[in-house]
Design a protein around this ligand. Structure first.
Ligand code: ZN
Length: 433
């Protein structure tokens, strides 16, 4: 009898290893591929960076990470994203009596992860409303238990007035840097935090705080935020759609993110602007210039400004090596005079926003290396420098009613907290909920 049971146990273990570890290896190779394409770094001008955006003294580890699972997430993808090794994952699942529970993560779960010296120290996976699986490390290796204590989250709020830099303000008021990073990132399409921040700007944040029993164990994501920059107010509400994807939206459900980058390259200057009545330097006659010329050294990577499908990729007498991308029914962009195309692209290829499609050259009619870039809406060329860039998809219409109910409550709360801060302004205190 025992001899018969053994092979089936081994088979079960192998099946488990395949289910949990294989995705990790796949993710690993996928990321590795990604890394090789992202080595095509711009050769150029350093981009203005947010000063003090990533203070070096901030502990990134040895603090709880709160992770919201998305569709397609597994323990393997989560380990990879948090810098944990495949070996570490195997250590956790081998000999683990609850390993099968770990292979069944669902989108929308909130996991807690404590990492110490690049190793998992503790992992808490909610199982039911009152039970959680806890994996922790002691001197004999990993242990796994099911706990009946509940992790809970509450909305906290804080409000502050900028004095000095944003980070100095955060430090003075004891605001987690994580929240500042999240706020600057979600408003980055509307506010240039490296230039626009002013003394007296005000911000109010409602965010999730996580507790185990009565102990605060972590800072979660921003739920709603308001930033008043030089008297102009920007607001954002977080919404998680049915597929587990979270994004930030305006009060009426429009996305905060733009669907297009302004330009496809880091350029040194605009050598020729958009004009419908321009004198052509080579043809020596009036000819409209339907785009902008972005001057940059030979070989500078050119990135698709928005996601879409390549409809033209060819060598043209005037445009030189040219790519045309159709983004949807209305939007088309054009990139000309390329030195060469990125390998692997052809007519019909789908490219993502930010993906490298080619390199700056001076093929076709060009006086020096530059990228000629056009932006068309409904077949009309628009000035790429000035055109209003469309936003990414709004809150799905099916979810709009519940989003609006939630957002009106959150906005009312933000306003109340802000008013309280104005009363309290002179004492320069930050209020915590
Ligand atoms: Zn041009």
């Amino acid at each position: 009898m025992q001899d018969n049971q053994r092979p089936s146990k081994i088979l079960a273990l192998i099946a488990l290893l395949v289910a949990v570890v294989l995705p990790f290896l796949l993710v690993n190779t996928f990321h590795h591929k990604n890394r090789t394409t992202s080595t095509d770094k711009p050769l150029l001008l350093p981009k203005p960076t947010l000063i003090k955006a990533h203070p070096t003294n901030e502990p990134r580890h040895n603090e709880w990470q709160i992770i919201h699972t998305k569709e397609g997430d597994s323990l393997a993808t989560i380990f990879k994203k948090n810098g944990l090794s495949a070996e570490n994952l195997i250590q956790i699942i081998e000999k683990n009596p609850h390993a099968s529970l770990l292979s069944k993560l669902r989108p929308g779960q909130t996991l807690q992860l404590l990492i110490k010296d690049s190793h998992l120290e503790k992992l808490i996976v909610p199982l039911t409303a009152t039970q959680s699986l806890e994996i922790y490390h002691d001197k004999d290796g990993y242990k796994s238990t099911i706990h009946s204590r509940k992790m809970s989250s509450h909305n906290h709020y804080l409000t502050a007035t900028v004095k000095g830099s944003l980070y100095a303000t955060a430090k003075r008021s004891n605001i987690p840097y994580k929240l500042i990073r999240e706020m600057t990132s979600l408003f980055s399409w509307d506010i240039d935090f490296s230039k626009d921040v002013r003394e007296g700007d005000q911000f109010t944040i409602i965010y999730k705080a996580f507790y185990i029993e009565d102990k605060l164990v972590g800072t979660g994501d921003i739920v709603a935020v308001s930033y008043t920059n030089r008297s102009k107010k920007y607001q954002a509400i977080r919404h998680t759609s049915a597929n587990g994807e979270s994004n930030y939206y305006t009060a009426d459900g429009k996305s905060l993110k733009k669907a297009f980058a302004r330009y496809p390259i880091n350029f040194s200057h605009i050598s020729s602007t958009f004009s419908l009545t321009r004198y052509h330097p080579i043809l020596k006659k009036k000819r409209p210039h339907k785009g902008v010329d972005l001057a940059a050294p030979l070989g500078t990577p050119i990135k698709a400004t928005g996601s879409g499908r390549i409809v033209v990729i060819e060598r043209h007498s005037g445009y030189g090596n040219v790519i045309k991308i159709k983004h949807n029914r209305s939007y088309i962009t054009v990139y000309a005079h390329m030195l060469r195309f990125q390998k692997g692209l052809s007519k019909g290829s789908y490219v993502k926003k930010g993906q490298v499609i080619g390199y700056v050259g001076q093929t076709g009619l060009a006086t020096g290396p530059h990228c000629h870039y056009e932006f068309h809406i409904n077949r009309q060329p628009k000035n790429p420098t000035l055109v209003a860039l469309p936003r990414t998809a709004p809150v799905p219409s099916k979810e709009l009613a519940s989003f609006q109910a939630k957002s009106s409550t959150l906005l009312a709360q933000l306003n109340l907290y802000e008013d309280a801060n104005i009363i309290d302004k002179h004492s320069n205190k930050t209020l915590f909920g």
